[in-house]
Write a protein that binds this ligand. Structure first.
Ligand SMILES: NC(=O)c1ccc[n+]([C@@H]2O[C@H](COP(=O)([O-])OP(=O)(O)OC[C@H]3O[C@@H](n4cnc5c(N)ncnc54)[C@H](O)[C@@H]3O)[C@@H](O)[C@H]2O)c1
Length: 379
């Protein structure tokens, strides 16, 4: 099979590596010649490291590299069975690209977008044949993250969905099906992990070290929200929050925070810039968390019920199936447990009571309990 990839940045190069690993011929197209040279060099370095660590044989590594062609010529995509676009996150640029590649590839070629936040339906609308357009959303780093969200547009044929899913399944990924709604599954449900943590910090309920400690030690999350935002980069994380909020017609429950906006304005992007919520400079003094059990349990419960509420509401609105919501959060962002299972474990009544307590205190939309939580005893 031949897989076309457009855009050789972080995501495009990662997806190219995955496709080549599973024996596909891969054609990577980018308009930027320098980006192509750098991406191809980075890929060679990655493979050399894997060989050196004994994770790949030299033969397999060389074969993988030979499967990939790097070019600035779109025509090279002509033989593709599926093209995955991973260019700049801009709907009109993506639409122009899709209508142009449609004239190059054959009639049966699937046209997929790796967009994180744009409507697949609006991208598909630029094509003469929108039935073969679909969202295929990988997570960063694409070579390592198991989850892939498959998002049919309103116009996508069921045949396209079945074919796209079976190709991605054959790359040893876990696929979940999401409705074409803002943030799909993961980027929607994960919002409170960041926003409620920031809210706790803004209110002075606890410092960042304590909130991170509470979620890791008492919740089993691999990283605390502030460490994770610093790792993702506030420029990226803030933009996702802002995009989701705008896409939901400015629903106040997704509203971004000034605290994070100021970090972006100061160019305190996190690890990559040496400073974010934490200071990564050599002489930085780290603060000890407050390990008070009651405080930590309160912090965990508040963030957790907000996450559960978001997962439950996504299920209520048929964004995805129960199993796919659980899989998405455990494989896409490595949560220690599915959120709906977590609700069962702590008791749905307790989740409802905590949300009602928060709503009674604040009277803000974000704390409104999803109707599904009042209707059922167990997921
Ligand atoms: N970075 C992430 O964590 C992440 C995760 C999931 C999805 N995404 C999505 O994947 C897409 C790409 O993101 P990225 O982080 O890899 O971007 P990037 O900036 O690292 O790379 C984009 C590449 O696209 C190229 N490009 C731009 N316009 C082009 C065009 N018209 N034709 C061909 N090439 C073009 C650029 O030269 C660049 O090399 C975006 O839609 C983004 O939302 C990103």
């Amino acid at each position: 099979m031949t897989i076309g990839i457009i855009g050789c940045g972080t995501m495009g190069a990662g997806i190219a590596q995955v496709a080549a690993t599973y024996g596909n011929k891969v054609v990577v197209v980018d308009t930027n010649e320098m980006a192509l040279i750098q991406a191809s060099q980075r890929m060679t370095n990655t493979i050399e490291k894997l060989i050196a660590k004994g994770k790949m044989t030299e033969e397999a590594g060389n074969a993988l590299l030979q499967q990939i062609t790097w070019t600035h010529q779109q025509d090279a995509l002509a033989e593709s069975n599926m093209v995955i676009e991973a260019i700049v996150e801009n709907v009109s640029i993506k639409q122009a690209l899709f209508s142009s590649i449609e004239t190059i590839v054959n009639d049966t070629c699937i046209l997929a977008s790796n967009t994180s936040s744009l409507s697949i339906t609006s991208i598909a609308s630029a094509c003469k044949n929108p039935t073969r357009v679909i969202g295929i959303h990988f997570f960063n780093p694409a070579a390592l993250m198991e989850l892939v969200e498959i998002i049919p547009a309103l116009q996508t044929s069921s045949e396209t969905t079945v074919r796209a899913k079976s190709i991605i399944d054959s790359w040893n990924k876990k696929t979940v099906l999401a409705k074409d709604t803002p943030g799909f599954i993961v980027n929607r449900i994960a919002r409170p992990f960041y926003s409620e943590a920031i809210r706790l910090y803004e209110e002075g309920i606890a410092g960042i070290e304590t909130i991170d400690y509470a979620l890791k030690t008492f919740g089993g999350f691999k990283m605390g929200p502030f460490e994770l935002m610093d790792l993702i980069g506030h420029d990226v994380n803030y933009t996702v929050t802002e995009t989701v909020w705008k896409s939901f017609y400015y629903d106040s429950k997704y509203i971004p925070s000034f605290t994070q906006k100021r970090l972006v304005e100061a160019c305190w992007f996190g690890r990559k810039s040496g400073r974010g919520f934490y200071d990564y400079s050599e002489n930085a003094i780290s603060q000890e968390p407050n390990i008070d059990v009651t405080l930590c349990n309160d912090i965990l419960l508040r963030v957790l019920v907000m996450l559960i509420n978001e997962a439950a509401h996504a299920l209520y609105l048929n964004v995805a199936s129960k199993d796919d919501i659980e899989l998405a959060m455990t494989k896409g962002v490595n949560y220690p447990k599915g959120l709906l299972q977590w609700a069962n474990d702590i008791g749905i009544e307790n989740v409802v009571n905590k949300l009602d307590e928060l709503y009674n205190l604040y009277h803000e939309e974000r704390y409104k309990c999803s109707p599904i939580l009042r209707k059922i005893i167990q997921f």
